[in-house]
Design a protein around this ligand. Structure first.
Ligand SMILES: Nc1ncnc2c1ncn2[C@@H]1O[C@H](COP(=O)(O)OP(=O)(O)O)[C@@H](O)[C@H]1O
Ligand SMILES: O=P([O-])([O-])O[C@@H]1[C@@H](O)[C@H](O)[C@@H](O)[C@H](O)[C@@H]1O
Length: 378
């Protein structure tokens, strides 16, 4: 079982007490999200079919604000985003960056072109070719706040989370969740995204101090799941087939939720944030992956950063209040993690599935809110 990160002895002991108080029914657990907002250009058949706010920080903030537990008096979910953009950033007024403004740099905002294949995407084949067209400055350890956090999400998309930055996150946060795309992406001369073996990167030595590593099925071969699972819990997401968790001594497959795919961008980011929110609600890792699948499915149903219907969020909150004992989970508070599914896993899946059904009925009844058809395939 992976252990929580060792405390950062550079911080005052009092900080530790503050964190522990926060996990005993005090204010909700504070998180640290590290990764940059970016510009996304969606291209199909040589034509631009969408230009949107992107970057895992955008998709992750969107889901954490929607789904993580918070006290009644708290306006927004308690987490900090450390992100960097250039003066050309075009989405400062969108909810995520407006609520958690990025650091401004002299370099341009990171920009990706996503070329969608004409063939229908399959769960395991890459549904798009990504090209990093511009890259903003990296995020340095000194850019992180000098205080403790209950959890951290390392969610770079363009190499901006440096190994030394991830190491600082590990020292500041009790549990760190990492998206493999922050660790194994490389960019060829034209900026096309390719992957390197995790073992060949300076991040590999940090894996034993990471709690959860999420990889898509396309990224999984570069992570080396059979090796990585001995160091931390690895979650492999498999598009419309849901996901599977692999840890030292066990594994679990977690069922997906139905979705009419419109734009696959941000599915993995939304999954990871939904998973983290599930841990904060006190779910075991396998149960929390249901919430990840739920928000991953919701993400692909819309172009760009999705908006969630308030009735859907209220229904999800009621389900979680009913099925969990909030923030009692050792997954965030303790030094070890509960990984296996609980005896209410299937009940939770059924309840969330019912929410999906109600929302799709709502969308059919209100075509204005409907999907514009899958812009990313024929
Ligand atoms: N077409 C889809 N239908 C239902 N759920 C989906 C679909 N695509 C993605 N998801 C959900 O989102 C999660 C992450 O998607 P995936 O495409 O595997 O990640 P990534 O975006 O990192 O490649 C999946 O595990 C699944 O739960
Ligand atoms: O789709 P996904 O893999 O979850 O995450 C995506 C990144 O892979 C991509 O580089 C970025 O431009 C998108 O905005 C989104 O963050």
């Amino acid at each position: 079982m992976p252990l929580a990160a060792e405390p950062d002895d550079a911080l005052e002991e009092g900080d530790n007490q503050q964190l522990l108080l926060a996990t005993k029914g005090g204010p909700a657990l504070e998180g640290l999200v590290v990764g940059s907002y970016c510009h996304d250009v969606l291209i199909r058949g040589g034509r631009v079919v969408g230009e949107t706010l992107g970057g895992a920080a955008a998709f992750v903030s969107n889901v954490l604000d929607a789904a993580s537990p918070r006290e009644e008096e708290q306006e927004a979910a308690p987490f900090v985003v450390v992100s960097k953009v250039g003066r050309d950033f075009a989405y400062a007024s969108e909810p995520a960056p407006a609520r958690r403004p990025p650091l401004l740099c002299a370099s341009p905002t990171t920009s990706f072109h996503a070329q969608f294949s004409e063939a229908a995407a399959s769960a395991h084949a890459p549904d798009r070719e990504l090209r990093r067209v511009r890259a903003c400055d990296p995020i340095y350890p000194a850019d992180l706040p000098d205080r403790r956090f209950a959890y951290g999400l390392a969610v770079g998309v363009a190499g901006e989370v440096l190994p030394e930055t991830l190491e600082r996150m590990i020292r500041l946060c009790r549990a760190v969740l990492v998206d493999a795309q922050a660790l194994i992406r490389a960019f060829d001369g034209d900026g096309a995204v390719c992957h390197v073996s995790l073992e060949d990167t300076p991040y590999a030595r940090l894996l034993p101090r990471v709690a959860f590593l999420k990889a898509s099925s396309e990224e999984a071969p570069y992570v080396g799941v059979e090796t990585a699972r001995r160091r931390c819990c690895v979650i492999v997401t498999e598009g419309r087939d849901g996901c599977r968790l692999c840890w030292d001594g066990g594994e679990a497959r977690v069922a997906p939720f139905p979705a009419v795919q419109v734009d696959p961008t941000g599915a993995g980011d939304s999954f990871l944030a939904g998973f983290a929110a599930g841990l904060l609600w006190g779910l075991s890792a396998t149960d929390a992956a249901l919430l990840g699948n739920f928000f991953g499915a919701a993400a692909v149903s819309q172009v760009g950063v999705p908006t969630f219907h308030p009735k859907m969020l209220q229904a999800v909150k009621e389900i979680l209040e009913d099925k969990t004992t909030k923030r009692s989970s050792p997954c965030i508070n303790g030094t070890t993690f509960t990984l296996e599914k609980s005896n209410m896993h299937d009940e939770l899946h059924t309840a969330l599935q019912e929410t999906v059904r109600l929302m799709s009925e709502q969308q059919q009844a209100d075509p204005a809110n409907g999907n514009g058809g899958d812009i990313c395939s024929t």
